[in-house]
Design a protein around this ligand. Structure first.
Ligand SMILES: [Zn+2]
Length: 138
């Protein structure tokens, strides 16, 4: 599943979860994605996201796993990511690929990626999640 930060033509921001980039593009073309506030179907992706990639399953506390994502406080998520995910910055896609092919040790990483890099990851069958980055100016 991929989360996209979306925005309608009137500037309402909302989040959509999709099975993948293709599913998202398909639904957007068919105008199946509508703004929950004004029902506008001209939605665009807000690019201020970064990806995270999980390493092998670990025994985390019960806190993180059982709650639906939308009920988790964004700051708690950011805090969790700070503590448990290594920030690889713009090397995200490269590191995810290295881990995928066993070049690097599997671990939790986070970082930023470009659209092209995300397409490469999709093609390689690498799953990753995107989260909105809190904007400091809001
Ligand atoms: Zn709207």
């Amino acid at each position: 599943m991929i989360a996209y930060d979306l925005q309608c033509a009137r500037g309402h921001a909302f989040e959509g979860w999709f099975e993948g980039q293709k599913a998202f593009e398909h639904q957007r073309r068919k105008k199946l994605i509508a703004c929950p506030i004004c029902n506008d179907t001209s939605v665009v992706v807000v690019p201020s996201t970064f990806g995270i990639k999980s390493g092998p399953p670990q025994s985390e506390g019960p806190e993180a796993s059982n709650k639906p994502a939308e009920q988790m406080d964004l700051h708690k998520i950011m805090d969790f990511l700070e503590k448990h995910f290594e920030n690889v910055g713009s090397q995200f896609a490269g590191e995810a690929l290295k881990m995928h092919y066993g070049v690097s040790e599997k671990r939790n990483i986070r970082g930023t990626s470009t659209k092209t890099e995300e397409e490469t990851l999709e093609k390689e069958g690498i799953t990753f999640f995107k989260l909105p980055v809190p904007r400091l100016d809001s």
